[in-house]
Design a protein around this ligand. Structure first.
Ligand code: GAL
Ligand code: CA
Length: 339
């Protein structure tokens, strides 16, 4: 009966008031909730490829640090710049307060900087360095990395010491160091500079050199294996040393060398890498990797995250607020030798 009456007659003034109050309550709480969500500070992290071992270490540190600080959302561009561009647009649209970027193609940084500048979302690049002109496009752009030149120099020091203290390393006894290089991704600042400084340093140590082969293994272990196998097929016994631009490729090369009888029955090949990843350190202990150059994932991650946190809260990053020495908009984390 009661239900019938409600259906047929207009609601009583009291019921109408109650209904309006309920609507008002829902409206106010929705607004409050939406307002609250907007105020929550968040940092977006755009990674070039989750499969990269060294970058995975950096990414894991950022995630660990964020458990005690400003929350982060981490995306995987899977090596595709277009995918990364839309991930960054998404961070901007959702009102993220700062973005940490490990760009797929470092020459695409200009486009990313322009997008962020238009929406006033500050940026911290790391590991894949934008060119200076792009860095100069906007004041709220920073970079955290390490000096690739130093990595090349330290790698050469390791090999030079070995060469000078092991006369048997000159297998053909011609006084010349015949070597091969497995390079990282073409165009990456670390690939070009590590290689250049490696060669320069050996030459200035007075070691006559002959580069037998160089080829890119794109930072990957399986590619490092393929490249090394190819070098061995082409030059076999003539190879006296290997420099790989990172540990993953060095580990791939070591696998190929094992197939050729190295690292057993006294047959040794000096292989030097860069990064000091857990897998690389294991190879140092096993005695297969001669040496590596530590690429400090923890401090690169912490510096990038600290800068992003300050920017996200509208602060001004400087050496004392971020806890790392700043060189303008740059933070350089030193390399060190590992053997
Ligand atoms: C280098 C590192 C490589 C790879 C690359 C990705 O610094 O040595 O292993 O992670 O960065 O950009
Ligand atoms: Ca020789």
């Amino acid at each position: 009966m009661i239900d019938n009456r409600r259906g047929r007659y207009p609601a009583s003034p009291f019921f109408r008031m109650k209904r309006s109050l309920i609507f008002l309550f829902i409206f106010i709480s929705t607004m409050l909730f939406a307002g609250g969500a907007e105020e929550e500070t968040r940092i977006g992290v755009a990674i070039y490829d989750f499969d990269d071992s060294f970058i995975t270490e950096v990414r894991n540190v950022i995630t660990e640090l964020s458990a005690e600080g400003i929350p982060v959302t981490v995306c995987d561009a899977e090596g595709k710049q277009q995918k990364q561009n839309s991930e960054i647009e998404d961070f901007i649209d959702k009102g993220y307060d700062a973005i940490i970027v490990n760009s797929v193609d470092r020459t695409a940084s200009g486009v990313i900087i322009e997008k962020c500048r238009r929406s006033d979302v500050p940026l911290v690049f790391f590991n894949r360095e934008p060119v200076r002109e792009d860095m100069a496009r906007w004041e709220k752009v920073y970079y955290v990395g390490s000096h690739a030149e130093d990595a090349g120099t330290i790698a050469a020091d390791i090999l030079a010491e070995y060469w000078l203290s092991h006369p048997s390393a000159d297998k053909n006894g011609d006084g010349i160091l015949q070597f091969v290089i497995i390079k990282g991704e073409t165009g990456h600042q670390d690939t070009e500079l590590r290689t250049e400084y490696f060669i320069e340093t050996l030459l200035s140590a007075g070691i006559p050199l002959e580069k037998l082969h160089e080829s890119s293994g794109e930072w990957k272990k399986d590619k490092g294996y393929d490249v090394m196998l190819d070098f061995l097929n082409r030059s076999g016994e003539q190879i006296e040393a290997v420099f790989a631009n990172n540990d993953d490729m060095a580990l791939g090369a070591i696998e190929a060398l094992k197939e050729y009888g190295y690292f057993q029955d006294g047959a040794f090949m000096p292989v030097v890498g860069v990064d000091g990843t857990p897998q690389g350190r294991k190879a140092l202990e096993d005695g297969t990797l001669l040496g590596t150059v530590y690429n400090d994932a923890y401090n690169q991650a912490r510096a990038a995250y600290n800068i992003a946190c300050i920017l996200a809260e509208d602060g001004n990053p400087d050496s004392s607020s971020i806890g790392y020495e700043m060189d303008g908009k740059y933070v350089w984390i030193p390399h060190r030798r590992m053997q």
